[in-house]
Design a protein. Sequence first.
Length: 389
Amino acid sequence: MEIREYKKLVITLNRTRSVSLPDIGRSLRSNPDLAAAVIFAGATTAAVPFSLSAMLGSINTSLISILFCLMAIIAGLRQGGILTYSYRLLFSDTVSSRRLVRFFVFSCFTMSMAVTNDVALIIFVPLAVMVLQAAGMQRHLIFAVTFQTIAANMGSILTPIGNPQNLFIYSYYHMTLWEFLKVTGPITAVSGILLYLISFYIPNYPVDIPSVPAPVMKKRTVLVLICLLGLCILTVLRVLTPAILVGIVCPVLFLTDRSVFRGVDYKLIFLFIFLFIGVGNLGRLPFFADGTAALLQGHELFVSLLLSQVLSNVPTTVLLAPYTQHAQPLLAGVNIGGLGTIIASMASIISFKVYADCQDSRPVRYLLIFTTVNMVFLLPVLAAWCLLE
């Protein structure tokens, strides 16, 4: 994969995950998860007495506001090339094959804590594919991309802003940061240790890697974006209100670089809105509310983990949260549940798209190895959580 092809692939992925308002109809056809959420909201709306106030009240506007600001800021940082710039400074000429793979895996692991799992994959998976192919390490490509995906999904568990389900649970249950980290810290630590140990599977030999041109960075713009990211973190920690955050972030971004708004994942925003509406409607059906609460009682971890395998962990979180007060096992279940099937975490689709577009790719083999490795990885992480609980 040439450098120009890498840039073209990143642009294509951004367009895939970024849906502007006029493109909602096209997005529904190309994104079955969003289409399912729209159908879910419509069907449940028809099943209950119509109430506009109840429908609007079911939408968590605070979460939507924080999520929107985060995605716009991260889009700006990504466009600024700060992470590709860092890679350019770290590597040149000859490097150890094992160190190279570890860099890409743990870049996803650490960066996903701050920029979310899907953004980390959008940045580092195409770059890894390009570099590993140029370095003659094609036979390690499936291994590297699979563990980049696992690393992004597991690293993003640590922080409330690492992925959408974390932000939702942290906000919905009004958790303190300590309560949150007591759950996510051990899971992330165990995952990091496992990823490091598994990396010894990569043979250790010197490889020549291509030179990736360092992008021209607008330092003043990057500094502004980092400051705005700090305001997002303060809002998550409830130092600022979401209204104040939006009132600062949106005007500043509009004046600084309005193109960042095209990098927002509007599909995810609408997915959340329609899920909120659908779940709110279900909550007005007594038999569903009572039955779901009874099913979840004492089984939040395993119900959420298993449901994530077929619904993905974000919809599972929104669906189950209203029916349990036990935030910690739900938080653990939907995050560990990001391991497993290719749709358990929708961010995993990003990696698959990148690999499938590679020359001589073997998508079926990738899916078999990806699913097997994820299931095997899931077991010790789940066991460690159960022992530490």
